[in-house]
Design a protein around this ligand. Sequence first.
Ligand SMILES: Nc1ncnc2c1ncn2[C@@H]1O[C@H](COP(=O)(O)OP(=O)(O)O)[C@@H](O)[C@H]1O
Ligand SMILES: [Mg+2]
Length: 277
Amino acid sequence: MSSPTTSSPGTNPVIQFQNVRIGFEEGDILRGVSFRLEERETLVLLGETGVGKTLSLKLAAGLLRPSAGSVQVLGKEVSTMREKDLLDFRRHVGFVFQESALFDSMTVGDNVAYRLLEDRVADDQIEPRVREALRFVELEHTMDLVPSELSGGMRRRVSIARALINQPPIVLYDSPTAGLDPVTSQTIITLILRLRDVYGVTALLATQRLQDGFALANFRFDPATNRVLHSPSNGDTAGAKMAATRFLVLRDGGVYFEGGQAELAATKDDYLKRFLV
Ligand SMILES: Nc1ncnc2c1ncn2[C@@H]1O[C@H](COP(=O)(O)OP(=O)(O)O)[C@@H](O)[C@H]1O
Ligand SMILES: [Mg+2]
């Protein structure tokens, strides 16, 4: 293992980056990034704009290939996977894109159904599953609307419904609260908590808002009472075997910090402190 990590060794990582590099004509953006995620963990990816958060998510989803290094997801090497196998692989990974990325000309229901249509799921199964996914984000009533009739926060919720339609074990969230007001952001974070604590998804979440990460670390969703409960141990990898939240800060192409909430909140490092304000 080349990466510093607080995860217990010996378990099978769900996602593992090893010395990943990727760049464009202007130069390399990621220059040797390593990290791993265990089942049901949430890794909060922080860093300034342009540092490579979205690229990291796209690499994990097999939408991009690294120029060097290894990207393993669910035990498979994604970086060298053939296109045909990538199509199959991507079914296991839900992706909530930063701009929601909904098809404007399609209804909400058809947007959410998209993957099921691609997978040739039988017609009579599609509508109930779309309704279930939309019910999860409390937007069943918008099924026949088009995205332009929804607010930004509702569109984000539809894109979460679309990502969870085939119950993927992994969900990648790209800045899911960017551009949303605090109340709407809270709704999105609660949904992310529910997906984690009801379905047990493993998540990689890019954000510029550290408070999103702290909310994931400090709260859990209790399916029995349908409520969000304070649960500080989520941020402590050692104490929480179900839903640990860890933080990773990217800077200058590398991993600048990796650790738990308590460690990040108590940092004396001037650069890290900038994320805490
Ligand atoms: N397809 C591409 N071609 C050229 N440059 C790209 C491409 N995709 C991303 N980049 C560049 O890579 C850098 C990192 O991008 P990104 O991962 O989107 O950053 P972040 O999400 O952290 O803001 C940016 O400077 C961006 O301009
Ligand atoms: Mg981005």
